[in-house]
Design a protein around this ligand. Structure first.
Ligand code: NAP
Ligand code: GCO
Length: 261
């Protein structure tokens, strides 16, 4: 196989959760360019419809479904539906996620549980539903979308950091338990990326804006395009001996003490 063929996703089916916009959609579009068939879900029909329209405008015939990744029965039914209506899932990206920025002592247990439910239990539930088919077929790729907060804390994001730290270890555990079936499970840890999720931090003159730029050697916020190449790498044969790795795509934040004020 030529080196470029190793990065091809021709003939593969990729399921990206929460991919009606944002990072998930960017990864799905990259997978499509590499040859994959795209399947995605979201919790609202209007978002699925919006996503389908965006994919169509990009020349992609995607398959969209309404499903909440925290609902185990609904996820099991969805995976069976995808594998009968579209194709067996070769690549799973656990992208769906939420964040609540609340000081921990002001956060209710219900709010904490909600973030952990989507950001950690969701990837567990979806991976558990997809793994049996990957084991039967003797191959599979699972990519969990982790975070800087898989490694670092900051004020107001206790639930999110706990969930994303857990997701890092779930990634390593899936890699450990299922690597023997030629299944590779890795994570991508995006830095601070321009998406709706970080929009509140990027309002004009928001102090966090300057802060992130001072903490990033690349001296800029990331764009969803920055994540596309790393995701295709982890979804392709080029990474068949990479397992349990969290690939940080952060412009260098984790390596840098930060610019002197
Ligand atoms: P986003 O713009 O908020 O998109 C998240 C997507 O997940 C939305 O489509 C959302 O749908 C969907 N979703 C939420 N809860 C769901 C559920 N229970 N079931 C199914 N879908 C659900 O986020 P993003 O910035 O693209 O981030 C995507 C992933 O990257 C998340 O896991 C996030 O934690 C992670 N991440 C983001 C950054 C960043 O800087 N943006 C950095 C590191 C990691 P609704 O709109 O209906 O809620
Ligand atoms: C925050 C941000 C971050 C990013 C991302 C960084 O409030 O600190 O939302 O959590 O979303 O996870 O990698």
């Amino acid at each position: 196989m030529s080196i470029l063929d190793q990065f091809s996703l021709k003939g593969k089916t990729a399921f990206v959760t929460g991919a009606s916009y944002g990072i998930g959609m960017a990864l799905a579009k990259a997978f499509s360019q590499a040859g994959a068939t795209i399947v995605f879900n979201d919790i609202k029909q209007e978002l699925v419809d919006k996503g389908l329209k965006s994919y169509e405008e990009a020349g992609i015939k995607a398959h969209g479904y309404v499903c909440d990744v925290t609902d185990e029965d609904a996820v099991k039914k969805l995976i069976a539906k995808i594998e009968s209506e579209v194709a067996p899932i070769d690549i799973l990206v656990n992208n769906a996620g939420i964040i609540k920025r609340i000081p921990m002592c002001d956060m209710t247990a219900a709010e904490f549980r909600q973030v952990v439910d989507v950001d950690l239990n969701g990837p567990f539930i979806v991976s558990k539903a997809v793994l049996p088919g990957m084991i039967r077929r003797g191959h599979g790729k699972i990519i969990n979308i982790c975070s800087m907060m898989s490694e670092l804390g900051r004020e107001t994001v206790s639930a999110y950091a706990a969930a994303k730290g857990g997701l890092k270890m779930l990634t390593r555990n899936i890699a450990s338990e299922y690597g023997q079936y030629n299944i590779q499970c890795n994570g991508i840890g995006p830095g601070y990326i321009e998406t709706p999720q970080t929009a509140p931090l990027r309002t004009p003159n928001h102090p966090f804006n300057k802060f992130i730029i001072s903490k990033t050697p690349a001296a800029r916020w990331g764009k969803t395009d920055d994540l596309q190449g790393p995701a295709v790498f982890l979804a392709s044969d080029a990474s068949n001996f990479v397992n349990g790795h969290i690939l940080y795509v952060d412009g260098g934040i984790l390596a840098y003490i930060g610019k002197q004020p």
